[in-house]
Design a protein around this ligand. Structure first.
Ligand code: GDP
Length: 196
């Protein structure tokens, strides 16, 4: 697909409000501030598609972007922001779990983590749900430009080693929206998931 053709399709306040479950879909998830909006914006070359916000936890909505009538990118709500009340966090936890377990058109999950703080408890929870649903996960270690090559490479190896037991479903790469590193690798994964 041509990712620059991405257009906003719809928002869902909860799982039951998702658009028709047909075709192919790839979801993006990550803790607030992991760099998800920046990654989606740079992938689609559209600075306004997923609003980059400095107020994490702003919209608790699943946003759907269409690439073609049968192919979608999905922006899942950020989580892990201290100012969101526990009750709302729990409700979103439920919705995310339902989406990962039940969405037929979902072919894979892009999980974004700041390269400086990978595999936080909620990242592991997300991974756990995806693995339980036999859902492929591709991890972006974001803001790779914030570390020198050596330490960034070491983190990549460490995360790969940690997730080695799940290597049939999980892959990992470095990514920087700022320096445009890792784009080709990401697009190869997305292309594979969004076509048969
Ligand atoms: P989101 O909450 O996951 O959508 O995160 P954002 O995309 O809004 O990014 C959070 C913060 O990290 C913002 O201040 C971004 O400018 C910054 N950021 C995102 N991607 C990068 C990157 O690749 N490199 C650097 N240095 N900063 C980034």
């Amino acid at each position: 697909p041509d990712y620059r053709k991405a257009e906003f399709l719809t928002s869902a306040g909860k799982f039951s409000q998702c658009p028709e479950d047909s075709g192919w879909e790839v979801a993006f998830a990550g803790r607030s501030n992991a760099g998800k909006s920046s990654a989606i914006n740079s992938l689609t070359a559209n600075t306004k598609l997923a609003r980059t916000s400095k107020t994490p936890g702003r919209t608790q909505l699943i946003n759907f972007f269409s690439l073609s009538p049968e192919q979608r990118l999905v922006d899942l709500p950020g989580y892990g922001f201290a100012k969101v009340p526990q009750k709302i966090k729990l409700e979103w936890t439920k919705q995310l779990e339902a989406y990962l377990a039940q969405r037929q058109s979902l072919r894979g999950l892009i999980l974004l983590m700041d390269v400086r703080h990978p595999l936080q408890p909620f990242d592991r929870q997300m991974l756990g749900w995806a693995l339980a649903a036999q859902m492929p996960v591709h991890i972006l270690l974001t803001k790779a430009d914030k570390l020198k090559k050596g330490p960034a490479g070491n983190t990549l190896l460490q995360v790969r080693k940690d997730l080695k037991p799940h290597q049939d479903l999980v892959s990992v790469q470095l990514f920087s929206a700022l320096k445009h590193t890792g784009h080709k690798e990401l697009i190869r994964v997305l292309d594979g998931w969004l076509t048969d």
